[in-house]
Design a protein. Structure first.
Length: 293
């Protein structure tokens, strides 16, 4: 211990008194120290690499669309969201081009005729709109539902990272993409589990949700959800964990994220799990009792 700091135990109060030379030592309240640590984490996160762009997905509007659109229509929307461009009022871009029907069809993985039908339905319910750019029809997403670069609604939301979603969502079926969209409000804020109480931060109080419970909650056939879960696990969107004979699901934090800062010990551990699964170092199904959190 530095000579500038001396400790003394007071047996009457049961407290340890610290004596320090004010010329050499600064005293910082615990809450201020915690704020400093969080600011340091944010700074370190920003220095690790380029900005990670994400789409804000507002939970109340996601729930609204769950009742209005079918799985294929939601899947089409999910496949288009990674193409939102920052600060354009909801415009969709493929590279430097505005999203046309032809480009939208390529992103969705359907014919132009099917794409028009899917988008017309989304326009009908208000989540998308059409514009004319010369002789070409181009598309936008209503920022009340999904925005990028700004928050337009004071409500719970999930961040949908664009890089992972854009590169890998083309590999999954449109129905599976629709199931993934339906999951947006149901992943736990702090621990990334599919759960009935996604705002709970105490892991011991999380009420985990099985794929059957999820299917019933969002009104989708159980067999379809089971098939989608397997596809999402295969492509690294979610992970299946075993606990007391039951099955838990965890989202990849590079797909969906809800915290203010994208770095902490648990988040890095979960990312490591997904990276190991991708490389085949570990199974996607592991025993939850072996985890350090």
């Amino acid at each position: 211990m530095s000579n500038a700091i001396q400790k003394y135990y007071d047996p009457e109060t049961g407290k340890t008194i610290v004596y320090a030379d004010i010329e050499e030592v600064s005293v910082v309240p615990r809450d201020e120290l915690e704020q400093w640590r969080e600011a340091k984490k944010r700074k370190e996160a920003s220095e690790r690499g380029p900005i990670r762009y994400y789409v804000n997905c507002y939970h109340d509007k996601v729930a609204e669309l769950n009742d209005l659109l079918d799985v294929n229509e939601l899947g089409a929307l999910m496949k288009l969201l990674p193409y939102l461009r920052m600060n354009t009022g909801g415009q969709l871009y493929s590279g430097k081009e505005r999203m046309t029907t032809k480009l939208a069809a390529k992103a969705i993985g359907k014919s132009e005729r099917q794409t028009i039908r899917l988008i017309n339905r989304m326009v009908e319910v208000g989540v998308m709109s059409k514009e004319r750019e010369g002789r070409t029809v181009v598309y936008c997403v209503n920022e009340e539902y999904h925005s990028i670069g700004k928050y337009v609604r004071d409500t719970f939301y999930t961040k949908l990272y664009q890089v992972k979603t854009r590169t890998d969502i083309a590999k999954i079926s449109i129905q599976t993409a629709g199931i993934l969209y339906k999951m947006l409000p149901f992943f736990n804020y702090a621990h990334y589990y599919l759960s009935i109480n996604p705002e709970e931060t105490d892991e011991m109080k999380i009420t985990h949700m099985s794929h059957r419970q999820f299917a019933d909650l969002v009104n989708v056939d159980r067999d379809l959800v089971n098939k989608a879960m397997k596809e999402l696990i295969s492509h690294g969107f979610i992970m299946s964990l075993q606990s007391y004979g039951g099955q838990l699901y965890r989202i990849n934090p590079d797909v969906m994220f809800r915290k203010k800062v994208d770095y902490d010990e648990l988040t890095e551990f979960v990312r490591m799990q997904f990276e190991q699964a991708k490389r085949g170092v570990s199974q996607t199904q592991v025993d939850i009792e072996d985890l350090p959190f």
